[in-house]
Design a protein around this ligand. Structure first.
Ligand SMILES: Nc1ncnc2c1ncn2[C@@H]1O[C@H](COP(=O)(O)OP(=O)(O)OP(=O)(O)O)[C@@H](O)[C@H]1O
Length: 670
């Protein structure tokens, strides 16, 4: 090792340091009678070179206090300063280079997600030296210099820097995969749809209005993940709620070679698969869970038996029915009771009993009558060794939480996210927690949340970030289904509830005149009016598609009525659906029936549902919040126009609002 000596006059002036010898570990300082070793870690910064008259001195910044190596001629001082600086950097490079490489690996994973950002910040926090203060010497290897510079940059990086990284990633991905987004669907994706596909935060919510192409985005996102090699086909899982939606999604994926190997599943199938994989055999699903009619019949039987076996219960039920249902004695209608109480049993099972202080005496009484039904149901499942869907989701969540199921996915894509319930959200969270790096991509529309009665909780969408953590929301802002006139009416109607997230929807189709028509009709002439309307539609476009929609199935035309219209208008594509069943569908024209007031009107003025209201996820303050969204779903199924058949005597409050609330896109016929 080279020894750097002080000027020969140094000892004459009692200068203690006569020579300095850099080594691999640090510096050996030669004093008059001894040598002092200084480890690199004792230096907190590179030395500084200072001129002192005609000689130089080096200041060493030591943790114990500064040291001055004086009496150095320029020809010694400069190379010594360089040697110490280089040695000090080389020592720290053994730590900083791997640190920079770990950070780089996180950066190179793609979108700088919050979780990656946090991991990086955590790594950087362990670094005790602030590398922003120093510039690495030229003599250092390129790799080491780059490492120090990267660590200095990352130490200074703030949220704006991360935002810029995310934007850069998206710009690059959009440029690289432009051709894929042009061709993956029958139509090129819009800018907003493309952006929704590439944004890749830990949790992603794609929020869109009806007809904005959410399904296209789900399929394109899967294709993008595969094409960009961010995941293999078996590492991507698409989730839908209903069998029909999952099958439709699977077929859509199968049609494109890029996505043919990706699986779409329902939440139930996912739960079943998790249980089967852990236990080695499929769980036994109760027929009561699988078939509504079996469940209602069995519940009715149990209620009847319980009344016979327990006189007090029977008397209490009779009394309750007489007071609350005006039901004629001597025989209660057990089937009807079973149908009404089945949702109560499900909600009680899922959410437990309300706090006693929330219950009125009347509700306490009803709860006492419903409780034995739940007990019998649970006992039945236990005796049969069966489970229902709620058990399945709960057990699957528990297995995932306990690490019994190894999660194969890196990306889970959820369709119709607004319909998610707390237990399903808990399953998603358990999967995410069990698989670090797993990203959730949820596509939904809070304006179309219509399943609260079965446990869905729209606040999981409106409060997505609070619930799931670090997230990014993208919006699809253009609807391809309906024209500006329908949009104007539908959006205004649904956003009267201030709790709905604001959205601005541009429309692909334009129409000048109103396209939402209110037709006041007498209750018994609804079907004649439909015939007239079908005639009008068929005259304009013989093969148009028409949806007949209603809040309740019994408000819809029966099979023979339908067959008659099909004979009369053979080319029209005619379908009937409840509003819930029409979700996700579209037709050229929509005819909505049963728009009256009353217990089975729209919105239904239910009076026996107070207990269910208490059991379900938090009720919303705005009047008929969920029913308004259902009406929105109905309006937005139509590509061209909507006909609303309103009861002339007792029109629905929604119709009154449309006619009297200054809605510009609504016309009244007759
Ligand atoms: N980029 C696009 N260009 C043209 N048409 C599109 C585009 N994206 C979607 N569409 C069309 O828009 C219509 C609505 O799409 P889709 O059914 O995916 O919407 P959605 O958002 O799921 O609607 P909803 O929530 O009401 O069910 C479909 O006919 C689809 O082919």
């Amino acid at each position: 090792m080279q020894i750097f000596r002080a000027h020969w006059l140094a000892p004459w002036f009692n200068h203690p340091f006569l020579a300095t010898e850099p080594t691999v570990e640090g510096l050996v300082l030669h004093l008059r009678r001894e040598r002092h070793a200084l480890h690199w870690t004792e230096l907190s910064a590179p030395p500084s070179l200072e001129q002192a008259r005609w000689l130089y001195r080096l200041r060493l910044f030591c943790t114990q206090g500064d040291i001055e190596l004086g009496w150095l001629p320029k020809t010694v001082a400069e190379p010594l300063c360089e040697a110490i600086t280089l040695g000090w950097y080389q020592h720290h490079a053994t730590r900083v280079v791997p640190l920079a490489e770990s950070c780089l690996a996180l950066l190179e994973k793609g979108y700088l997600r919050y979780s990656r950002w946090q991991q990086m910040k955590q790594l950087l926090r362990q670094e005790s030296i602030d590398w922003r203060q120093h510039a690495p010497p030229e003599a250092l290897s390129d790799r080491a210099r780059a490492a120090f510079e990267l660590v200095a940059t990352l130490t200074a990086a703030d949220e704006h820097w991360r935002e810029q990284c995310c934007q850069d990633y998206c710009t690059q991905a959009l440029a690289d995969y432009g051709a894929l987004f042009d061709s993956i669907e029958a139509h090129p994706l819009t800018e907003a749809q493309r952006l929704a596909c590439v944004v890749d935060e830990d949790h992603n919510l794609v929020l869109a209005g009806a007809g904005c192409g959410k399904t296209s985005v789900m399929a394109a996102r899967a294709a993008f993940l595969l094409a960009s090699r961010q995941a293999g086909a078996d590492e991507v899982l698409l989730l839908a709620f209903g069998n029909e939606a999952a099958t439709e999604m699977s077929e859509r994926l199968a049609r494109r070679p890029e996505t043919a190997a990706v699986k779409a599943s329902t939440f139930h199938a996912l739960g079943l698969m998790i249980l089967a994989r852990v236990a080695g055999k499929s769980p036994s699903l109760s027929p009561l869970a699988q078939q509504e009619s079996t469940r209602i019949n069995t519940f009715a039987q149990w209620l009847e038996q319980h009344c016979q076996q327990n006189e007090d219960y029977g008397a209490q039920l009779h009394d309750w029915l007489r007071r609350h249902r005006f039901q004629v004695l001597p025989q209660p209608d057990y089937r009807r009771l079973a149908r009404d109480w089945a949702p109560l049993v499900a909600a009680l099972k899922l959410y437990g009993e309300p706090e006693p202080n929330e219950l009125t005496p009347a509700l306490v009484e009803q709860l006492e009558l419903v409780r034995p039904l739940l007990q019998r149901y649970q006992q039945h499942l236990a005796e049969q060794g069966e489970i229902d869907f709620d058990d399945m989701i709960e057990q699957a969540t528990d297995l995932v939480r306990r690490g019994r199921f190894s999660v194969p996915w890196r990306h889970i894509l959820v369709d119709e996210f607004q319909d998610i319930s707390a237990p399903r959200a808990a399953l998603l969270q358990a999967l995410r927690d069990a698989a670090p790096g797993l990203s959730l991509f949820c596509v939904g529309d809070d304006w179309q949340a219509i399943y609260r009665f079965s446990g869905a909780d729209v606040s999981l969408t409106t409060g997505f970030a609070e619930h799931f953590g670090a997230s990014r929301m993208t919006r699809l802002d253009k609807t391809f289904r309906f024209n500006n006139q329908i949009e104007k009416v539908a959006s205004r109607f649904v956003t009267r509830n201030p709790a709905q997230l604001p959205k601005t929807l541009a429309t692909h189709h334009h129409s000048d005149g109103p396209r939402v028509h209110v037709l006041p009709v007498a209750g018994d002439s609804q079907m004649d009016t439909v015939t007239r309307l079908l005639g009008l539609v068929a005259a304009e476009q013989a093969d148009a598609s028409v949806y007949l929609l209603a809040r309740f199935r019994f408000s819809l035309p029966d099979e023979s009525q339908l067959a008659g219209w099909r004979r009369r208008f053979p080319e029209l594509k005619l379908e009937v659906q409840t509003l819930h069943g029409a979700k996700g569908k579209e037709a050229d024209h929509v005819i909505m029936l049963g728009l009256c007031r009353g217990k089975y009107g729209f919105p239904p003025e239910k009076n026996g549902a107070a207990l269910l209201e208490l059991l379900l996820p938090d009720a919303e303050a705005f009047p008929h919040a969920e029913e308004r969204r259902l009406f929105y779903v109905g309006l937005t199924r139509a590509r061209q126009q909507v006909f609303l058949l309103a009861d002339r005597q007792i029109p629905s409050v929604f119709i009154k609002e449309l006619l009297e609330g200054g809605y510009p896109g609504v016309s009244r016929w007759g």
